[in-house]
Write a protein that binds this ligand. Structure first.
Ligand code: TRP
Length: 360
């Protein structure tokens, strides 16, 4: 092994804290958190109201508290199970959605993952050595992501690398907190494990990220069959739905018998309360529900109000989004600025990683 060669060690010794021939640790520069909050979105489908309330709203609330979040479009993660042309089609749309929903590109940094593909894939490769095939096969989401009747062993390897790719995103950014839903918790665990193992071996390179627990909201399908999801479009309200479609979907929503507040109705009340633009609308919702609890037949009125609230929300959102899309150079300029900042930070992290691995 040339690295153990005495001359070589002495040579390296001059630029590192190498102090004996068996410990080949290179002097490490402890890295600090760089990004307070990081979140990634796969550009694979139109967003629903549930995505907005669960994933986007918490980011906007953080931004309102003065925290500058970093939001990136995870197009490489989307490649695991989507065609490139399909992904391409959604990228600008997702950025427009986030901005129209309130993510402010002046405060938040928005970038496209593949704009730093070199850095992301390099770190993915360098991290891969620190987790075993068996450990990856145990990541529960990998199993879920595979089509039924496909065995993990036959997954395409990019899907298999999904958790490491995600760790690379987080660690490149040196993010302190990652707000994720329950389905992504296992990936954050993999990220923390990789960072700890790497640090243990080479010195404290990576600051360890934490999950930012976002309170899970129980947003159900309007029909009450499970969670609101794009796979059940009649029970889901998409941000792109036109106002007539919304009215139709809400009219055929399931509600509850007089006096009863079941899970479906709770979910409707939650959506209406969160989307209402004014306090007086929220009070109207409360008042109707009070009447409902005393046994009055008010579900028809409730639905009218629910429709009005959602329509107002969507009309405002869609107006803003159309305005954003009207200038074809706007989103590219946001992403360009984002990539520049993300790249600088990624390069800084990667330089230290490569240095401790004797790759530079
Ligand atoms: N896997 C995430 C999802 O499907 C997206 C994602 C990719 C992500 N990289 C990330 C989220 C890094 C947070 C941090 O939703």
């Amino acid at each position: 092994m040339s690295i153990l060669d005495k001359n070589k060690v002495e040579h390296y010794n001059g630029i590192s804290t190498l102090n004996n021939h068996s410990i080949l640790k290179r002097g490490v520069r402890t890295m600090k958190y760089k990004v307070e909050v990081l979140t990634g979105i796969r550009p694979t489908n139109d967003l629903t109201i549930a995505n907005y309330l669960g994933a986007v709203m918490p980011i906007i609330e953080l931004q309102a508290q003065g925290i500058s979040p970093v939001v990136f479009v995870a197009d490489l993660h989307a490649l695991t199970d989507n065609e490139p042309a399909t992904i391409r089609q959604y990228i600008y749309g997702v950025v427009a959605d986030y901005i129209a929903l309130g993510v402010d590109p002046q405060k938040a940094n928005i970038y496209l993952q593949s704009d730093i593909i070199g850095e992301v894939t390099t770190l993915t490769t360098l991290l891969s050595r620190h987790i075993s095939v068996a450990e990856l096969l145990r990541v529960p989401t990998l199993k879920d992501k595979l089509k039924a009747n496909t065995r993990p062993e036959t997954a395409n390897t990019l899907l298999f690398l999904y958790p490491i790719l995600m760790a690379a995103d987080i660690l490149l950014n040196r993010a302190r907190k990652v707000p994720v839903g329950e389905d992504q918790l296992a990936h954050i665990e993999v990220t923390r494990l990789l960072a700890r193992r790497f640090n243990k071996k080479y010195g404290e390179v990576f600051p360890i990220p934490d999950v930012l627990q976002v309170k899970p909201l129980r947003i159900l399908s309007l029909k009450g069959e499970g969670k609101m999801s794009k796979t059940n479009p009649n029970g889901a309200i998409f941000l792109t739905d036109n106002l007539k479609t919304v009215a139709r979907k809400i009219k055929s929503a399931e509600t509850a018998f007089e006096m009863i507040v079941n899970e479906k109705l709770k979910s409707h009340i939650l959506i209406a309360g969160k989307l209402a633009k004014t306090e007086s609308e929220r009070e109207e919702v409360d008042a109707i529900i009070q009447e409902h609890k005393t046994g009055k037949p008010v579900m028809g009125r409730f639905k009218q109000l629910f429709i009005r609230i959602v329509q107002n929300f969507l009309a405002e959102f869609q107006g803003k989004r159309a305005e954003i899309m009207r200038d074809p150079s706007y989103i590219p300029s946001v992403l360009e600025k984002g990539a520049k900042i993300a790249r600088e930070n990624a390069i800084e992290t990667l330089q230290e990683v490569k240095r401790v691995l004797w790759l530079t």
